[in-house]
Ligand binder design. Sequence first.
Ligand SMILES: *Cc1c(COP(=O)(O)O)cnc(C)c1O
Length: 354
Amino acid sequence: MRAWVEIYKENLIYNILKLKEIAKNREVLGVVKANAYGLGSVEIAKILQSININFFGVANVEEAIELQEAGINGNFLILGRSFNEELVEATKRNIHVAISSLDQLIFLKENNLNPQIHIKVDTGMTRLGFDVDKVEEAINFCRENNLNLVGIFSHLSDTDGLTEETKKFTLEQIEKFKQIINNLDLKYIHISNSAGITNFSDEIVGNLVRLGIGMYSFTGNKKTPYLKNVYTLKSRILFLKEIHHESFVSYGRHYKLPANETYAVIPIGYADGLKKYLTKGGYVLWKGIKCEIIGNICMDMTMIKIPKEIINSIKIGDEVTVMDADIINDLNIDEFCAWEFMSGLGKRVKRIFI
Ligand SMILES: *Cc1c(COP(=O)(O)O)cnc(C)c1O
């Protein structure tokens, strides 16, 4: 193999159960959108089902259909907004939909469509959702027209920000949501994402939490200390060379390697999800020893500098660890985003469940 990601089931289950416990055993909706953040939505959904989590969050109707066709039976909620034709498809397949505007409720009514509806409320994310002062009208419309309103939810925009100011903002979002759900009796009431569970555990409201990145030990761009590493990205040494005169490495000639140094090539590049910014302080590990990423990361290959002390022991074919939670914790790169990195893993990277 050239590049692969190992996914550790036991650690994944440990993290989910730990977070469920922190959420005071509320029901968990497993967010498996974007191919379960790149790891494989069918496999992750099966693992979730093995611990009795049968409600899945997806980004669009196609993702839900893919899971249904793979034999995952459970409830699905499309977290984002659907186009009208997607609402038709979701209704046929008994998939829950999130509704952000009255025109879609009217569309459902006029077309005799009656999917399970979750009203989405904008409490500060400013992406989708009804404004807070329009929610009552939406709920009333559902009730008057016998639409199948089963849930209400909102999304927190800054739960991993931990300054006093960001905390205050999150608490204001939660407060707005509390005002809305006051006296509402619905089957599903939810607002917390992963960092909403860990960083605001005493402020969770409703009866469901939406768990995504936390499953993989992150609730921000760093690993949460009490959670376990779930995925490790690996590759192998493809080529080794000692240079005899000072040379620029890779495209654009941004990095100059001095004479008499050795570098290696690993067959993983930005098309596999190894972001180009990782050359700014990124490294891979060979038997625990750091080998700095040098020069521009290419589409299919990356160059690393081989420290003098391992030149005589490193060989073609040797495995290197390209990314795991410890490396991520150690990185000091502003552009790094835990969600983006995972979901950006390319198609060529083999997913190996262990
Ligand atoms: C993606 C998403 C989540 C999951 O967020 P994490 O930070 O990964 O836990 C929850 N809710 C909504 C609406 C989402 O779009």
